[in-house]
Design a protein around this ligand. Sequence first.
Ligand code: PAN
Ligand code: ZN
Length: 182
Amino acid sequence: MEVRNASCTLDRFGLPQGKKVLKTVREYRETAYLYENPRTDNPLVYEVYTFTEAEDQKAGSLCWGLTILKPVYSAGECNMTKGHFHRNRECAEFYLCTKGQGLLLLMDESGKTWAEEMKPGSLHYIHGDHAHRSINTGNEDLWISACWPSDAGHDYAAVEEREFRYRVKKHGDEIIFEERNI
Ligand code: PAN
Ligand code: ZN
């Protein structure tokens, strides 16, 4: 029997390697609009590694990804991903936190918003009709490994139109949830 190498392996730093691994880097200027008091510099805010064996986005195919969210603060407001619903609201997703500390912000279609605590080993089931945003509340990188259906898609516009109800800030060691005026 032929034994093949996996198409994706994690290197000694835990970073995905392989021909089919795509790396996307987000700079602050792409997410500055999310913050109440944006910074004026342009640090790297998160990286997303994506891997799939599927050649198309047909139902039943899967994607795997790793998001690394940096500990970058904007006047005390914690670094966050853009956040999205899945275009296909039937597609759920798993998040597994492997490093760091943070929050998984979740929101239903009515705008109701809540959070789950992310810490190494926490596994999060995201229902298909819940918007999701990762937030780094710590002082080190936050690592989140994820698995989702290839045909899920990203609907960022719905979150831009109706934002998650809370901003997350840190004052000293205290995490503060600030309700938006919306
Ligand atoms: C993740 C996210 C990733 C970056 O792979 O896409 O963490 O977050 P944004 O896409 O909101 O910027 C996922 O949830 N995929 O479905
Ligand atoms: Zn998603």
